[in-house]
Ligand binder design. Structure first.
Ligand SMILES: [Zn+2]
Ligand SMILES: [Zn+2]
Length: 627
């Protein structure tokens, strides 16, 4: 038989040859370094036979940054972890141990609880395994044999996995440890040059809270020690930037058990919020949007009409009043349809661009809540555009221009995805062809590069998603522009066309920064709390050197009162107050002493230089930064 190599060359092999046989046929070095076979985008264990005509590519220990190669390395590392834990903690039961992004985990049921302090000991045991060296062997056995084997070992979770597994049962063994596993795995442990356990967490068996809570041990592994060092440095940087930590340090917001998942915004956090809200409102009005305000609470009948009762009910807060069921709104769209439905429109009245940054509630599981990034109460820079099919392209272009105006102001790097019709789509192929073409055409006209996500659109229409890359290279979804042919129909919305006949408008759901909560959380981490001048909660802090300078400092603050300015006249030394301003990440600090006057101010910029400026020069600089 033949297999096809990446350069198109064919390789003759005996029937039944494995990936490893193919590597050996090419050369001993490749056979030694190979970690897996990749074929048409999927990965295959080196020990498995190849098919006649199969295109194959070898990944080796030199593919140190390849996600698939790292996946195999980390999966094998998870098995080493399980081997070590079984040796160290007799009576422990093992559950599952998959590789994940940036690492792996393994879930255990320990006879006695363990703590973070135990991780070092486990890591040392894995270190011993690595020093001794391990090789993996693979075998396929019958379901009955597998069940008998794991029952004898008391591994009840594995028995359950055997019973629910689909297809053939395969086992991988290294040292004295055998695991039920599909693979693929490394040939041996020598490519694992860096191994680190990173944390502990509770996790329910099969993710179901009615089941036993297991202990999840997280770890990571790399082909090179330097890669692990870089990864840990990145984690440390992310930890320092964690918005939950900075949010408290900078006094922006807090969370309380009295309302889980709903932030309490403090004055400084509210200052940031209001700058964004002012920007949102100013831009909405300048771009021909009208503002509306719709209720929080709706009769369940409305949610039945909108389709949320069927598709979204478990994410909604629902309650009863006077024997009727009501739901708190998780989205503004149905309310906007009610506003539209109250009017009479001709094609000349469209597009109608309706904006509302209303408060929304979604019933997220408490375990899924995460600071400002996953909340129960939030507000979006939401708008719905009602338009004719012919207007879609121009309206989408308008949304993109609007989005980029905001992203450019913040210097954000944006990546764009176009998601097309899913399998469960509503509407005809003809409608989808036109809608997808309109979105693609709008992106092309704006010269915006994008990736197509085939089949990833909503069931009611295709969409454009706007993601930002933050300063640590992480991607966050911000904006979305979604076409919707369904909701206007469900609400029976109409407009009189040029032909005098009744038509159903198209609805465009549009949010550009997404929720204010999430956006502020992302920006805190992106800027590490050091906001640009125009967004900073306190823009200027004035430090009077002595008691005699208090009056002049407050007078200066009054001159700067169009900005967010404060005077730190506490009893601390000037040096300490300068350090505090640095820790609080205040963009400008002015030290006011005997030598200072409005003609000569001692100005310090956050993390930057010092200069002497007149008040007029400073105001000019602020005006430029504010624009
Ligand atoms: Zn496995
Ligand atoms: Zn909407």
């Amino acid at each position: 038989m033949k297999v096809i190599l990446p350069d198109g060359a064919e390789l003759e092999l005996p029937d039944g040859a494995t990936g490893l046989d193919a590597a050996r046929a090419i050369g001993p070095k490749l056979a030694e370094q190979a970690v897996l076979v990749r074929s048409n985008g999927s990965v295959q264990d080196l020990r498995l036979p190849l098919r006649d005509g199969q295109p194959i590519q070898f990944l080796t220990t030199r593919d140190t940054g390849d996600a698939d190669a790292l996946y195999v390395l980390r999966h094998s590392s998870a098995h080493l972890l399980a081997e070590a834990v079984r040796r160290l903690y007799p009576g422990v039961k093992i559950a599952i141990g998959p590789p994940i992004e940036h690492g792996f985990y393994y879930d255990f049921e320990f006879p006695e609880p363990i703590s973070e302090a135990d991780l070092e000991r486990i890591e040392e045991e894995v270190g011993r395994e690595l020093a001794e060296g391990r090789t993996w062997s693979r075998e396929e056995i019958s379901r009955n044999e597998a069940r008998a084997r794991f029952e004898a070992e008391g591994e009840t979770y594995k028995v359950e996995l055997v019973d629910t597994a689909e297809g053939d049962i395969s086992l991988y063994t290294q040292g004295d440890f055998t695991d039920l596993c599909r693979g693929p795995h490394l040939q041996d442990s020598s490519p694992i040059k860096a191994f680190k356990l990173t944390g502990l967490a509770g996790a329910y068996w099969r993710g179901d809270e009615r089941n036993t809570q297991l202990t999840r041990i997280y770890g990571t592994a790399f082909f090179r020690q330097g890669d692990l060092d870089d990864h840990l440095a990145q984690l440390e940087e992310a930890r320092k930037r964690d918005h939950r930590r900075l949010g408290v340090q900078l006094d922006l917001f807090h969370f309380s058990d009295v309302s889980p998942g709903s932030p309490f915004w403090h004055p400084k956090g509210m200052a940031i919020w209001n700058v964004l809200e002012d920007l949102r409102r100013r831009e909405d009005l300048a771009r021909g949007y009208v503002e509306v305000r719709t209720p929080q609470i709706y009769d369940s009948e409305l949610w039945v009409t909108s389709g949320h009762w069927e598709k979204y009910r478990e994410h909604m807060f629902i309650f009863e009043s006077e024997n009727k069921q009501f739901g708190l709104k998780p989205m503004n769209c149905p309310g906007h349809c009610v506003v539209y439905g109250d009017g009479q429109y001709s094609h000349r009245d469209l597009p109608l661009r309706m904006a509302e940054a209303g408060v929304l509630h979604r019933d997220e599981l408490s375990g899924a809540l995460h600071g400002l990034l996953r909340v129960r109460m939030f507000s979006q820079d939401d708008a719905h555009i009602f338009c004719t099919p012919e207007q879609i392209e121009d309206e989408v272009i308008g949304c993109l221009e609007f989005g980029y105006a905001i992203y450019d102001k913040l210097g954000l790097q944006i990546e764009v995805e176009l998601s097309t019709r899913p399998e469960n789509k509503l509407g005809t192929d003809g409608e989808w062809d036109a809608a997808e073409a309109a979105l693609a055409q709008a992106l092309t006209k704006k010269g915006i590069a994008y990736v197509v996500n085939e089949g990833d659109g909503a069931f009611y229409g295709p969409k454009i998603d706007l993601h930002m890359l933050d300063s640590l290279g992480r991607s966050w979804q911000l904006g979305t522009v979604q076409l919707d042919f369904q909701m206007p129909q469900r609400f029976g919305l109409r407009y009189a066309g040029a032909d005098n006949a009744e038509h159903t408008p198209v609805m465009i759901h549009r949010a550009l920064i997404g929720s204010f909560e999430r956006f502020i959380g992302i920006l805190i981490e992106h800027f590490a709390g050091a906001f640009p001048f125009w967004l900073a909660p306190v823009q200027v802090r004035i430090l009077p050197v002595g008691l005699g300078h208090h009056e002049a400092s407050h007078a200066l603050a009054a001159r700067l009162s169009t900005y967010r300015v404060e005077v730190d006249d506490s009893d601390e030394t000037v040096g300490k107050r300068i350090r505090n301003a640095e820790i609080d990440k205040i963009p400008f600090t002015i030290v006011y002493g005997d030598k200072e006057s409005e003609d000569a101010l001692a100005v310090r910029e956050h993390g930057g230089g010092q200069s002497t400026e007149s008040l007029a020069e400073l105001l000019e600089q602020f005006a430029t930064l504010e624009a």
